[in-house]
Design a protein around this ligand. Structure first.
Ligand code: ADP
Length: 423
C-alpha cells in the first residue's frame, strides 16, 4: 500500500525527530537519506521522511532539492505532505522556510497551509503568533545569536511574512482552545479572505492533537515535529491506516558485534563517554596526532581488535578548552572534517572487515559522516531509546542496527542503554 504521508525535512536529525514522532503515534515509518535513485522500490510503510540538508543552503538550491524530494514522494503515492523545519523556525528573511513552502503549495496546486513549529513538551509554545523557547521569547533566547540563522523577531506572522508573497494570518489561541472544529472554521475564514498561510498558536500538547484532527486533510502541513503528534490518530479515524497497536516500531533484530563512536563535544556526550569509561574499553582519538600524520585510525582499529568480545568506544569528544586548542591550531572546519573522516573510516572498516553490525553514534555531523561512509540510504525507525532518539535498522542489502543521536540527547548511560535496547 502507498504511504499516506510524505515528509521532507530540512536536516538529518530533524528528520529522525519527525520519524520518531510518527512511529510513536503508530505509523510505520522510514527515513530516507536524500532522494533515492530512480527505480528504488518504495518501502511498504505508512510514512516516509526524506532527510535533506537544506536548512542553510542558498534559497534556490533549497527549493530545487526540496521539489525533487516532493516529486519522489508524490510518485511513491503519498496523498498528504509535510515540510519539517526546526521548532525554533531557523531561517533568515530570505528563507528557506517561506520559499520552500511556497514552492510546495504551487507544486501541489494548493492554496493554503499552516506553519506551526510549536512543541510544548519540549518548551516550544506559540501564543498570539509569538514563539517562546521555554520561558523566553525566541528573540530573547540563545537563538538570537545563532551563527547562521539568528532569530531576532519572535512574531512568526511577521517572520514568515518577510519570506513569502502570500498573506500570512493567525489561528489564535482562543480558537485552538475551542478544539478541532473551531480551528477548521477559522481556517476556512482565512482561506476565503485570501490568506495562503496561518501561524497556529499552541501552548499544550493536547492542542497539537486538535490541530492534527483539524488539518489532517490539508495537502500540505509545515512545522516542527510537534504538529505531527495529532496526525496518526487523525489518519486512523479516517481509516487511512489500520488500527493495530504495536505494529509501527516492529523492526527486525540485528545480531553482530557492536561499536560506539562519539564525535560530539557537547556536555551530554562528554558525560556519556565518562560513564562508559568506568566499565568499558575506549580509545581516544587525538586530533593533533592526526594532524601530525600519526595513524590514529590504525591504532583505533588495533585497539578494537584487541577487544573482540566486547563493544568498544572510539571517541574524539573533548572538553571545550581542549577543542579550542585544537581549533586554534587546525582551524574549526578542518579539525571537524578530519575527525569526522577518521571516525567514519574506523566505523566503515570494522563493519566491512570485522563483523560489526550494531553502531551507536554520538553527534549530528558525526552521524552524517558515518552513515555516508557506510553507504546507508535509509532507516527503518524502531522504538525510542531516549527522547528523540529511536533505534533504527538500515534499508538495503547490508542490515545494520544504528542509534544516531545528536550531541545533547540521551541519558548519562545512553551508550549502554542503546546497545541493550536497539534492534
Ligand atoms: P553535536 O551533535 O554535538 O553538534 P557533531 O558531530 O554535529 O556533534 O559536531 C561535533 C564536531 O566536532 C564534529 O565535526 C567533530 O568532528 C568535531 N570534533 C570532535 N572532537 C573534536 C576535537 N577533539 N577537537 C576538535 N573538533 C572535534
Amino acid at each position: 500500500m502507498a504511504p499516506v504521508l510524505g515528509c521532507v525535512a530540512d536536516d538529518f536529525t530533524g528528520a529522525t525527530d519527525l520519524a520518531n514522532m510518527l512511529v510513536r503515534g503508530g505509523l510505520r515509518t522510514v527515513q530516507l537519506i536524500g532522494v533515492p535513485e530512480a527505480g528504488t522500490p518504495v518501502p511498504d510503510v505508512d510514512a516516509i521522511v526524506v532527510a535533506l540538508k537544506s536548512r542553510t543552503i542558498p534559497v534556490a538550491d533549497a527549493v530545487s532539492d526540496s521539489l525533487v524530494a516532493l516529486k519522489w514522494l508524490q510518485e511513491a503515492g503519498a496523498s498528504r505532505f509535510f515540510f519539517k523545519y526546526c521548532s525554533t523556525f531557523d531561517s533568515t528573511d530570505q528563507g528557506n522556510i517561506g520559499p520552500v513552502a511556497d514552492a510546495f503549495l504551487d507544486a501541489l496546486g494548493a492554496d493554503f497551509t499552516i506553519a506551526c513549529p510549536a512543541f510544548p513538551e519540549t518548551g516550544r509554545t506559540i501564543f498570539k503568533g509569538h514563539l517562546f523557547v521555554g520561558d523566553q521569547l525566541l528573540s530573547d533566547s540563545s537563538m538570537r545569536h545563532h551563527p547562521l540563522t539568528p532569530m531576532t523577531d519572535s512574531n512568526l506572522v511577521a517572520v514568515l511574512g518577510r519570506q513569502t508573497k502570500r498573506k500570512v494570518g493567525l489561528v489564535q489561541h482562543r480558537d485552538v482552545a475551542d478544539g478541532a472544529e473551531a480551528i477548521g472554521e477559522r481556517i476556512r475564514a482565512l482561506r476565503e479572505d485570501g490568506f495562503g498561510y496561518a501561524i497556529v498558536d499552541a501552548i499544550s500538547d493536547d492542542q497539537l492533537y486538535e490541530i492534527g484532527e483539524a488539518l489532517a486533510d490539508l495537502p500540505l502541513i509545515t512545522g516542527g515535529s510537534g504538529v505531527a503528534l495529532g496526525l496518526p490518530n487523525a489518519y486512523r479515524r479516517r481509516d487511512l491506516v489500520p488500527d493495530q497497536p504495536g505494529r509501527a516500531d516492529a523492526v527486525p533484530s540485528v545480531p553482530g558485534k557492536a561499536l560506539v563512536v562519539a564525535g560530539s563535544c557537547s556536555s551530554a556526550t562528554l558525560g556519556q563517554v565518562a560513564i562508559w569509561e568506568q566499565t568499558r574499553p575506549s580509545y581516544n582519538i587525538d586530533p593533533l596526532k592526526l594532524a601530525d600524520g600519526v595513524d590514529e585510525v590504525a591504532a583505533a582499529l588495533a585497539f578494537a581488535r584487541a577487544h573482540p568480545d566486547q563493544p568498544v568506544l572510539v571517541y574524539a569528544s573533548a572538553a571545550p578548552e581542549v577543542v579550542k586548542t585544537v581549533q586554534q591550531r587546525l582551524g574549526r572546519e578542518e579539525a571537524g572534517a578530519m575527525v569526522e573522516r577518521a571516525l567514519a573510516a574506523i566505523a566503515k572498516t570494522l563493519v566491512d572487515a570485522d563483523g560489526v553490525r550494531r553502531l551507536v553514534v554520538a553527534g549530528g555531523e558525526t552521524s552524517g559522516a558515518v552513515v555516508s561512509a557506510l553507504g546507508v540510504t535509509g532507516l527503518h525507525i524502531g522504538a525510542q531509546i531516549d527522547p528523540g532518539v529511536p533505534g533504527t535498522v538500515t534499508l538495503g542489502d547490508r542490515t545494520l542496527a544504528l542509534a544516531l543521536k545528536s550531541g545533547n540527547f540521551g541519558a548519562p548511560d545512553f551508550f549502554e542503554k542503546a546497545l541493550a535496547q536497539m534492534p
